[in-house]
Design a protein. Structure first.
Length: 172
């Protein structure tokens, strides 16, 4: 009798562990599905990149080609990575978002366009403090990217959205 109780208890423990594992796997799958669903609505494209290596300055147009907007409060989570040549060596720099351009390096939104015309019609981006608004689908933002000092050559820039969509551009 005592052996039967131990056997049943052992089986119950194994079943419980297996159910917990299945539940955990399901929760992970569900979370991944939600993330992929969010990603599917977010997409960007780099349209134009102009650089002035002497000033360490890049201007680029990035268009929201996705189905959902990106909140301005999420801009600090947008990654801007520059690949360039300085002092004869290849360099890579992650550039932080700074809407005021207070210290280099930084990137900020310089202008907003909708279908080729300057201006923001829906959920306007207010770029001064306090900032608010949404980078809506079909809107293009012109980014100003400033590095610390001059560089010899810009190779390319990579932009990654908060949910992981990536676009890149090469200076013309």
């Amino acid at each position: 009798m005592f052996g039967t109780i131990i056997l049943v208890s052992g089986l119950a423990a194994i079943i419980t562990i297996n159910l917990l594992t299945i539940t955990t796997q399901f929760e992970a799958f569900e979370e991944e599905y939600k993330l992929n669903e969010e990603r599917s609505g977010e997409d960007i494209r780099v349209d134009n990149v102009e650089g002035n290596p002497t000033l360490g300055l890049l201007l680029l147009n990035v268009t929201n080609i996705g189905e959902q907007g990106i909140q301005i409060r999420d801009f600090p989570y947008i990654d801007v990575i520059i690949f360039y040549k300085k002092d004869g060596a290849n360099q890579t720099a992650w550039v932080p978002y700074d809407p005021n351009g207070a210290s280099t390096p930084y990137w900020r939104v310089y202008k907003v366009f909708f279908k080729g015309r300057e201006g923001d019609l829906m959920n306007p981006l207010k770029l001064t403090n306090p900032t608010h608004g949404i980078w809506d689908p079909e809107e293009t933002i012109e980014l100003e990217i400033v590095l610390s000092g001059s560089v010899q050559e810009f190779y390319y820039v990579v932009i990654a959205t908060p949910r992981g969509r990536i676009a890149y551009g090469v200076p013309s």
